[in-house]
Design a binder for this molecule. Sequence first.
Ligand SMILES: *[C@@H]1O[C@H](CO)[C@@H](O)[C@H](O)[C@H]1NC(C)=O
Ligand SMILES: *[C@@H]1O[C@H](CO)[C@@H](O)[C@H](O)[C@H]1NC(C)=O
Ligand SMILES: *[C@@H]1O[C@H](CO)[C@@H](O)[C@H](O)[C@H]1NC(C)=O
Ligand SMILES: *[C@@H]1O[C@H](CO)[C@@H](O)[C@H](O)[C@H]1NC(C)=O
Length: 585
Amino acid sequence: MLHLGSSWSGLALTIGVLLGSKPSAYGDLSASRPNILLLMADDLGIGDLGCYGNHTIRTPNIDRLAADGVMLTQHLAAASLCTPSRAAFLTGRYPLRSGMVSSTGSRVLQWVAASGGLPPNETTFAKILKDKGYVTGLVGKWHLGLNCESSEDHCHHPLNHGFDLFYGMPFSMMGDCLPSDISEKRVILERQVNVCCHIVALAALTLALGKLTRLTPGSWTPVVCSALAAALLFLCSCVLSPLIAHADCFLMRNRTITEQPMRFHRTTALMLREVSSFLKRNKQGPFLLFVSFLHVHSPLITTEPFRGRSLHGRYGDNVEEMDWMVGQVLDVLDTEGLSNGTLVYFSSDHGGSLEAHFGNQQYGGWNGIYKGGKGMGGWEGGIRVPGIFRWPGVLPAGRVIQEPTSLMDVFPTVVQLGGGQVPHDRVIDGRDLLPLLLGTVQHSDHEFLMHYCERFLHAARWHQRDRGTVWKVHFVTPVFQPDGAGACYNRMVCPCFGDQVTHHEPPLLFDLSRDPSEAHPLTPDTEPLFHQVVERVKEAVRDHQQTLSPVPLQLDRLDNVWKPWLQPCCGQFPLCWCDREADPQ
Ligand SMILES: *[C@@H]1O[C@H](CO)[C@@H](O)[C@H](O)[C@H]1NC(C)=O
Ligand SMILES: *[C@@H]1O[C@H](CO)[C@@H](O)[C@H](O)[C@H]1NC(C)=O
Ligand SMILES: *[C@@H]1O[C@H](CO)[C@@H](O)[C@H](O)[C@H]1NC(C)=O
Ligand SMILES: *[C@@H]1O[C@H](CO)[C@@H](O)[C@H](O)[C@H]1NC(C)=O
């Protein structure tokens, strides 16, 4: 379904060559200080958009953005889950460099009241642009930590990372926000309850043996155990769920909680009101606004006008509503006369989730022809996301670029456009995209890209420019369920290590330029360059590893557990209830 065929690459190349001679006409654009509007969807698949080949979902506003701008077809997230991918996006660095990864399976920050988060010594593009006189705002999802030692130190807060305004969720939308919905966290808790149960059973058995009662312990431990498990499960669903919704699903403006728990029927309107008011207040510019949508993450909260409207159930409704929101934001740019002076970017933090199903209802995104999805570090479906840039009068309209690019590239690109300097005291993995977008160069600066799953390297990509080939080498892949569905339905996400992954030696090799779906692994028989390619990639991996230095991991162990003293609470603990926000019109 994705138009990756040679006709598109030919077209892109032709347009590229035609425009190749022109950019001088635009003069030197670096430090031209446009306004910057970054739009990021949550969990959206690349196959969920009309402009990327979906003919049954309606996304006219994003499609228009693509038609008026440059569309990237090989735009890659640095991780296949929210927290690490967003950390990389904001810092231009692989998340391993800032420690925004786990090594024990927790994958993302699990609680608002966890102490891990984006370290204060990391530099976001917002921080640099703010120093250069930009007014910076973040509306929507953060999910990069909040507090370190007390419930109000806000050490990881967006205002400590270069944003002048924060309005949104310090955490993330998730199933647990709606206690009636499918839940991510409850599944984990229930698993822990199971473990508890085994411990209790074992203790009971020991006790029984110790007392040498004449009853065989085997006859009653299952009963006690089941009763206990039932009681704990009841506690989970009836008491814990609403508590989780209170604890994690709330809105803040700057440092103040405005709404706890959230009243979802008006969240979309509140977000849009905030965006519009930011744009109107700051139209004299320059500004940087990051609109980090709560859509299209579960529990897929969609307002009435969009419910039941799409051809793809609750998920499709939510995508179509998000597209409408994009349209509303672009309309404000238009009516305020800001469109020509604003670079607009649209992307998703990673691919759609294949595991998210509710019964047989689709709950997660569609990754088109690409294999795998959310949570899988190496397969394309987890990391290949939409990437659109629009800047009327500067960037060509309707250009499609197939070169490998990364979400991390936004960092140097916007920093330089804003007249800032990329930090020299640390490794920056992103590359300035402007020359590629303008067509002054034909190739992206990325020769190699590393694809991590937690802190484990699962795959690497080599863009062999002289041959026009993109190779992909997989060292580790998740073990899919045997039913052939290509996902890990027995879990919420595929794991990154342990007995649920396969280590490949020799590694799996694919030629993405001929086989974007990674359906046909190459062998030394079918690919004469096999050993050469694998060796070259291994060498690049070694070079890359030389540039890594150990930092504390923010998502592991005690940094990623609920700490009661870090729990933000509006009103009287443990009630945590307040509503300080006026209803939107
Ligand atoms: C369009 O997107 C929907 C929603 O994710 C998906 O179910 C459907 O398969 C997609 N269709 C095509 C043709 O890509
Ligand atoms: C907080 O929010 C307002 C907008 O509501 C903004 O103008 C203000 O400068 C922000 N920052 C701080 C640190 O209060
Ligand atoms: C915006 O830019 C386009 C393309 O260069 C131009 O046609 C249009 O007149 C400009 N609009 C305004 C309001 O300046
Ligand atoms: C940030 O601080 C940590 C120690 O907490 C250190 O390991 C790391 O190198 C520092 N990062 C930068 C970019 O200075």
